[in-house]
Design a protein around this ligand. Structure first.
Ligand code: G3I
Length: 349
């Protein structure tokens, strides 16, 4: 591993640098070399989601997840498991069964319990952090647990705590995370952060086994972003005794077209790396921030154009897998943190 790689620079300061990976893209040598050379923790972008692992009831496909876990172990990397309880990317047999009444709420709860036990047990001892529950809070002000969420509407809010209990039973040593977007001030109001903080404090008081908070970190240059606010919010979670992590960092902007992904506003070419750098600094400011993960590393492999029309350019490598200014920004921040900048006082982890 090159000493100026992201993973080596981060190792000097007790941080893991991560990326989401599409396991079958590891067939491409250039892609594989970047995953192995630059990152020390990997997340399957889709391949541990219920829709992928159990496409037909009782028929499992672990091929992508198995491949990534094995790759990580061969390359001295840890794994973030993603994600056990989420309203999205559920198998059609499950959602249609609930819709047409052939799956009752009691059966739904049993199926979820079984799903979590099966998946967490399969990778027991091999997952560093699990994103147990994902995206349960509304974007409104004030924010609350979304009463219309698929799981909450059928099983009540208590299902979230149960998911953590079941995951903990299946793998007592994995760090169990609550993961969400806009929970470190990115919404400008801090409403979602306030709601998640209050809920976490309540869950911890009840003894629910939650070990960490993942802030996804999906930014867009057209909105404001405050690294200072992020740091304060992360510190507030850490004050509860939790680890924190940036779990899905990317910074999108408007582009000329989805093939070349050249920003249409030239100022975005400065804002994009700057916001990446501010997020990393937000994490570096506290030693409880144990990993910084980007949501994929090549603009060609992007989820963004499919979700946000006209946008792209959100990763740290361009469409030809060449490092962009955002890569250099992260590299420089890590190098500075390792050479005496006043970060991460109090020791590593
Ligand atoms: O696999 C099918 C393929 O067979 C089909 O031809 C194609 C046609 O659309 O779709 C493929 O499935 C896509 C899947 O990604 C795999 O590529 C889905 O349409 C697409 O919706 C799905 O998007 C994923 C998205 O979650 C779903 O919400 C993205 O790849 C994934 O990066 C994204 O990740 C989420 C995190 O899990 C949670 N936080 C937000 C983040 C970004 O949305």
């Amino acid at each position: 591993v090159a000493p100026d790689s992201l993973r080596a620079l981060a190792a000097n300061i007790g941080l893991r640098m991560g990326t989401a990976v599409i396991p079958f893209d590891l067939d491409h040598p250039d892609y594989q070399a970047i995953v192995a050379g630059q990152f020390s923790v990997v997340t399957p972008g889709n391949e541990m989601k219920w829709q992928v692992v159990e496409p037909t009831q009782g028929t499992f496909d672990w091929s992508g997840a198995d491949r990534l876990v094995a790759f990580a172990e061969q390359h001295g990397q840890l794994v973030r498991g993603h994600t056990l309880l989420w309203h999205s990317q559920l198998p059609a047999w499950l959602t249609s069964g609930v819709d047409n009444g052939t799956i009752s709420n009691a059966q739904l709860r049993d199926l979820l319990h079984q799903h979590i036990i099966t998946e967490v047990s399969r990778y027991k001892g091999r997952i560093w952090q699990w994103d147990v529950a994902n995206e349960f809070f509304t974007d409104s002000n004030p924010s609350t647990i979304n009463p219309n969420d698929f799981w909450v509407s059928h099983l009540g809010t208590g299902v979230i705590a149960d998911a953590f209990r079941w995951a903990h039973q299946a793998d007592p040593h994995a760090l169990l995370f609550y993961n969400d977007y806009n929970i470190a001030g990115e919404d400008g109001t801090n409403a979602k952060s306030d709601a998640v903080f209050a809920w976490l404090r309540q869950m911890l008081a009840q003894g629910v086994p939650i070990n960490g908070v993942g802030d996804q970190g999906h930014l867009d240059t057209q909105y404001g972003f405050s690294g200072t606010q992020m740091t304060q919010d992360l510190q507030r979670y850490a004050s509860l005794g939790l680890k924190v992590a940036i779990t899905e960092a990317d910074v999108r902007t408007f582009v000329n077209n989805a093939t070349d992904q050249v920003p249409t506003d030239h100022l975005a070419t400065f804002a994009q790396p700057d916001e990446f750098g501010q997020m990393l600094k937000g994490c570096l400011a506290l030693r409880q921030c144990i990993s910084f993960t980007v949501w994929g590393f090549g603009d060609a492999d992007s989820w963004v154009p499919g979700f946000f029309t006209g946008e792209g350019y959100e990763t740290i490598y361009d469409v030809n897998l060449q490092p962009k200014p955002a890569y250099t920004e992260l590299q420089q921040e890590l190098a500075l943190a390792g050479s005496g900048a006043p970060h991460r006082t109090g020791g590593g982890f």
